[in-house]
Design a protein around this ligand. Structure first.
Ligand SMILES: [Zn+2]
Length: 227
């Protein structure tokens, strides 16, 4: 069930089958931002309602990356809001970029695009490193996907991390190699983000439980282990 993590920050609990489901989050700072959308038919509408929101309340969607477990729920709701994604993943989603068939995840993305499409009327906007969207700052964090991004809400000290990191049994960890484009690049992104992001209290990973309190120290600890 939807879980209030901090003032204006909600976990929408769609990760009911660990690894195959993903978390979504909602941030309400006066504007209502949905961060990721979970798998298709994972219950996004019910989780929004449990947090006290209707689809029409959502002002924007921030996507951390183009994987079905993070964007699939967009087809479940009639959202009248633009969606944002890192430039490389926006191109992956629209077909402007074709990943290599011979790469394990490239082949997966090519197949996934044939089986499932973003809603035809979705307004998808590309974002780049350092760009601001409302009160969020975009951090390009490639590795899991080429256009993976994390978002930091400056006023609420919360990091929306997608699959930059997972939480497993209380620990932060990088995602598995089989689910990532480039593991070395992913580890570099974790180290770079840990060094560049402002002080964060709440960390919202794409899979596993959020870290509530002391987020930056946990990220620094992981970055040190990967060094
Ligand atoms: Zn994921």
């Amino acid at each position: 069930m939807a879980d209030r993590l901090a003032d204006g920050v909600w976990l929408l609990d769609l990760d009911r089958v660990p690894v195959f489901g993903a978390n979504a989050f909602l941030v309400d700072d006066g504007e209502v931002t949905l961060v990721d959308a979970g798998l298709p038919r994972a219950g996004l509408g019910d989780e929004l309602a449990a947090a006290g929101y209707a689809p029409a309340d959502v002002d924007r969607v921030l996507l951390t990356h183009y994987d079905l477990d993070h964007v699939g729920g967009l087809g479940d709701l009639a959202l009248d809001a633009p969606a944002y994604a890192g430039a490389r993943d926006a191109a992956l989603a629209t077909g402007a970029y074709d990943p290599p068939w011979l790469h394990h995840k490239g082949a997966f993305h090519r197949l996934a695009r044939r089986l499932w499409s973003l809603p035809a009327d979705l307004e998808l906007r590309s974002v780049d490193d350092g760009q601001r969207v409302g009160a969020f700052t975009v951090y390009h964090t490639p590795g899991h996907n080429p256009g993976h991004v994390a978002y930091v809400h400056d006023g609420l000290d919360v990091g929306l991390l997608g699959d930059l990191v997972w939480e497993v049994d209380g620990d932060l960890t990088p995602p598995e190699w089989w689910d990532s484009y480039d593991v070395a690049r992913l580890h570099e992104s974790i180290r770079t983000f840990a060094g560049a992001a402002p002080s964060l209290s709440v960390l919202c990973p794409g899979h596993g439980d959020p870290i509530v309190g002391g987020g930056s120290a946990r990220l620094t600890d992981l970055a040190t282990r990967l060094a």
